[in-house]
Every structure is written in C-alpha cells, then in structure tokens.
Design a protein around this ligand. Structure first.
Ligand code: DC
Length: 202
C-alpha cells in the first residue's frame, strides 16, 4: 500500500534529519530529492548542459563525495529553476513517492507538485540564524572548511532563488503542517513529526 510523507522547507531546516528518522521509525523508503538537483548541478560544473545533465543522471552520480559543498549547492539551486530540469526528474520522484510499502521524500515541492496526494505533508522551518549555525557545524564536522558567513550567504541566496522561481517554488502546501524547529532538539522535532504521521495513519 502506498503511503507518502512529503517534507518540504528551506535549506538546512532539518528536513533530512526528520526524513531519515521517519523512514527508520515507520520502515519507509527515503529519498532526499535535493541530491538529484545537487548531482545535476555537480555535472554542470563539469561542463554538461543542465537539461542534458538531468536527463542522463545516473545512480552513481548521487554518490559523488562533494555534493554538499557551497559551490555545488549553488549550482543545484540554479539548475532547479529550469523547468525542463525539473521535468526530467519528475517521473522518478513520483514513482518513488507512490511505491508500495511507504515513502518519505524531502525537498521543496514534494507536497505541492511531486505528490499533492501525500497522506502527510510537513513544512519544516527554522530561523535563519539557527539554520546557518546547524549547517556550519555539520560541514565543519564532515571536514569542509567554510565560515559561518559563507554558509549564511549560501542559504540566503538559495532560499531567495528557490522561493522566487516560477517553476515549483518553495512554498508550503495549503494542507501542510508547519513545524518550526528553531527551539526544538532533534528528538523533539522527530517526536512531533512521528505524532503527525501517527495521527494521519489513524
Ligand atoms: O535540499 P538541498 O539543500 O539538498 O537542495 C539543494 C537545492 O536543490 C536547493 O537549493 C533547491 C533544489 N531543490 C529543489 O528545487 N527541489 C527539491 N525538491 C529539492 C531540492
């Protein structure tokens, strides 16, 4: 049986952490859709045209070890504004969302475009300061030498571009549950998300 949890929100709000935790808790498959755009953006830095990069994306492109750098983040946000790029990645995401056994997808347009019929829609946010602090910590821990200022600039630019674009802009679905994690621990945020899913499952 299909059961889809759609998680949207701005960069570094905690979507991935919550998505992974929900997938473990409920035994659902998880797709970080940002990776598709990151891998596409990564290929454009190698000289490929964006639409071709998306249309010929391979599973191994998602394993590149530099997909989290600010340079690739920016490239991802740029290619994500191109309607043909989004179109090329649509069918895979839709099929994943409705696979048997349940799925959690996190991104920007999951509840609005990819899977408007999702059984649960969460829109995860956190303050700009908190998101920058968390992403900076995460990047330092994984060995990326970036300053807090660089992280803040990256998030600000991407959020502005991701929200202002005409194609599937970042915005909450009308029936999304808003989850502001600024003042929450990971455990609290996950517990709130689990409760929302439990309520929908009845
Ligand atoms: O979630 P993320 O930060 O890894 O995403 C990287 C970029 O990809 C983000 O700035 C916007 C784009 N993106 C998108 O447009 N739609 C999605 N469903 C997921 C990501």
């Amino acid at each position: 049986m299909a059961f889809t949890i759609a998680i949207d929100g701005p960069a570094a709000a905690g979507k991935g952490t919550i998505g992974r935790a929900l997938s473990r808790h409920f035994g659902f498959a998880h797709l970080d859709t940002g990776l598709l755009y990151r891998a596409t953006g990564r290929r454009t830095l190698d000289g490929l045209a964006p639409v071709e990069a998306a249309q010929t994306l391979r599973a191994e492109d998602l394993d590149a070890d530099d997909l989290r750098t600010p340079e690739v983040s920016q490239a991802a946000s740029r290619v994500a504004a191109i309607p043909e790029v989004r179109q090329a990645l649509l069918d895979f995401q839709r099929a994943f969302a409705r696979r048997a056994g349940g799925a959690v997808l996190d991104g920007r347009d999951i509840g609005t475009v990819i899977c408007p019929e999702a059984e649960v829609k969460l829109f995860v946010t956190a303050s700009d300061t908190e998101r920058a602090r968390r992403r900076h910590k995460e990047m330092c821990e994984s060995g990326h030498a970036v300053t807090l200022e660089e992280v803040r600039d990256d998030l600000r630019q991407r959020d502005a571009r991701d929200s202002a674009r005409a194609a599937a802009p970042l915005k909450p679905a009308e029936d999304a549950l808003m989850l502001d994690t600024s003042e929450m621990s990971i455990e609290e945020a996950v517990a709130a998300a689990v409760a929302a899913v439990d309520a929908a499952r009845g």
